[in-house]
Write a protein that binds this ligand. Sequence first.
Ligand code: COA
Ligand code: ADP
Length: 573
Amino acid sequence: MEDCVDDVRNPTEVHMSQMVMPSHANHRGQLSTGQLLKWIDTAACLSAERHAGCPCVTASMDDIYFEHTISVGQVVNLKTKVNRAFNSSMEVGIQVTSEDVCDGKEWNVCQAYATFVAQAQGNEKVKLKPVIPLTEEEKLEYSIAAERRRMRLVHTDNIKELLTKSASKDERKQEDGVNGIVLALKTRVESVELVLPPHANHQGNTFGGQIMAWMENVATIAASRLCHAYPTLKAIEMFHFRGPSQVGDRLILKAIVNNAFKDSMEVGVCVEAFSHKMDVPRRHINSAFMTFMVLDENNHPSVLPQIKPEPGDGVRRYNEANARRKIRLDRKYVISCKQSEVPLSVPWVPSNQVYLSYNNVSSLKMLVSKTKWVLASEINKVRLYTLEEDGILSFRVEMKVSIDARQAFALLSDLSRRSKWDTYYKECRLLQQVNEDDAIYHVISTIRSTESKFQDFIILASRRQPCDTGDPYVVAFRSVSLPTHPASEEYTRSETLCAGFCIWPQEGNMTKISYYNQFTPAFVSYITTNIAGLSSDFYTTFQACEQFLVENTKVSTASVKPSGGRDAKHNNV
Ligand code: COA
Ligand code: ADP
C-alpha cells in the first residue's frame, strides 16, 4: 500500500520528522530556530541532490516568517521538494508544521524557499534536467518559481538602491512608548566557530544550515542584550551565501542591534571566514537581518527600549534598518495577503515596485493554474470560460490565431494599442515605462459607472517571456495608484485586481491566446450578459483582436529579446 503512495510521489519530495528534545531547545523549552534552520537546510539539500544527482550547496534563502514557536515534546514535520530547476540552480520549497503528540493538533510554522546550486565535478557548470510538474499545485509552484527567481536575482541591487535613495527618517514616535534607552554598542556580539567535519558535507563544504544556526545564536544574544529578556525570532530577511567555506575555516560572526522599533528590533549579523593558511585572505560569507520580538506570557509583544546608535556606521545601519522595515511592511502588504484580501490600488512607490510587479504576474499565474474553469459559451472557436471560487468570479476568453507567439506578445503587451481592437478601451496613454518589462498606463474605458461617468484606471502592465520551453508568454495587468495621477472629477476611478494574457506557441505558426479577468464591479454588466448568453460581445471583441494581430504581423519585436530558454542565464530577469 505504502509503495503505491510512493509511486505517485514527487521523486524529489523529502519528509523529515523530528521529536523536539531538551537538547534542541532554549531555556524556555522552545525549539531553537537555529536547530530548525539546520533541519530545513538538511531536508532541502537532500531534495536538491535527489534531482541533481550530485552534491549541492545552499546559494540563498528567501524571507522566512515564523508563525509559531515549537515546544519540547512536540514533533516537527518538514516537507521539501524541488519546484523548478534552472541551469545549475534549483528552487526548493519547504513547509514546516509542528504537531502536538497528545492531542494530534498541527500548526503551520513557516514556509520557505531556498536555492541550491549543483556542484560540478570538474570546471564545467552543471546543466540540470528540467523538473516536470504533475499536480496542480506543482504546476503553480513551477510557474511562480520563475517569478521568484527573477525577484531573488535583483534583490541585492534593489535593496542597495532603495537604501541609498531612502530618506533617513526615524519612524519611532514618542506616543509609541519608550522603555528606556540602550547604547547599540552594548548589544554587540562577536564569536568564533571552527568548522569541523560534522559541520560539513562529504566534500568538506560547510552546511548552509550550520552557518544559519551559528548566525541565529549570535543574533539572539545581541537581541537579549537590548531587552534583558528572551527574544523570539519572527523573521529572517532573504540572504545569499556569497562564497563557500570549508572544514578548517574559522568563522567570525558579528552581530549588533541595528534599530529597535516599538515591539520589534532588527539585528544584523555578518559572517567572515578565515583560513588557517596564512596567504588566504578573509572572505565575506554572508550577512543577514533578523527581526526579533519579546513576547510576554500571553504572547503579546513587549515595548522595547530605544536604541542609541554609534556615530558613523551605527547611524547608517540605524537609518537603513528603518528603510528595510518600511520595505518589509510594504512587501508583506503586497505579497502575504490572500488573493481576495489584496487591496486593489496599492500605491506605486519605489519600496514596493519589485513586489507589485511580482504580485501582478504571480496573481495571473495563479488564476491560469486553476482547473475548475467551466465552458460558458463558444462562438466560432472563441471560447468563454468562467470560474467561481471563494466568492470571486473570473472569466477567460480563448482563441487560436495564426500568428507568431512572440509577435502576439509584442502587440498585446503594448497596452496603448488596445483601443485599436477593444471597444471597451476609449483611450490608453503610457504614463511611465518603468523598465523593459513593466509599464504604467492611464486607461479610459467606454463603460460608464453608476454615476454615468466614464471609468478610468491606472494599470500596471508587467510582461514576461518564457523562462523555458513549455512556458507561455505572460502579460499581466493590475491597478496601482500613482500620486501624480489622482482620481479626477471627469471620470470614476475604477480598479482591476488581476487580468492579462497568456500566449502559448502551438504547432505550425498557430498561437493560443487566453485572456483572463478576475471580476470587479467595473465589469459586472459585461460579464453577466456574456455569461447569460445574452450578448456575443466577447466574441466580437476577440474577433477584432485577431484581426488586429493578423494585420499587424509586421510589428517589430525588437523590444522582445529572443527567448533563450534555460540556456540564457538570466533570461527571465
Ligand atoms: N539567489 C539565488 N540564486 C543565485 C543567487 C542568489 N542570490 N546568486 C546566484 N545564483 C544562482 C545563479 O542564478 C546561477 O543559477 P543558474 O545556473 O541556474 O542560472 C547559479 O547561482 C550560479 O551562478 P553563477 O553566476 O555561475 O555563480 P556565482 O558566482 O554567482 O556563484 C554560488 C553562486 C551560489 C555558486 C556561489 O556564490 C557560492 O559558491 N556560494 C556559497 C555556497 C555555499 O557553499 N553554501 C553553503 C554555506 S557557505
Ligand atoms: P552593513 O554594515 O552595511 O550593514 P555588513 O554586511 O557589513 O553590512 O553587516 C551586516 C550587519 O552585521 C550589520 O548591519 C551589523 O548589524 C552587523 N555587523 C557588521 N559588522 C559588525 C561588527 N563589527 N560588530 C557587530 N555587528 C556587526
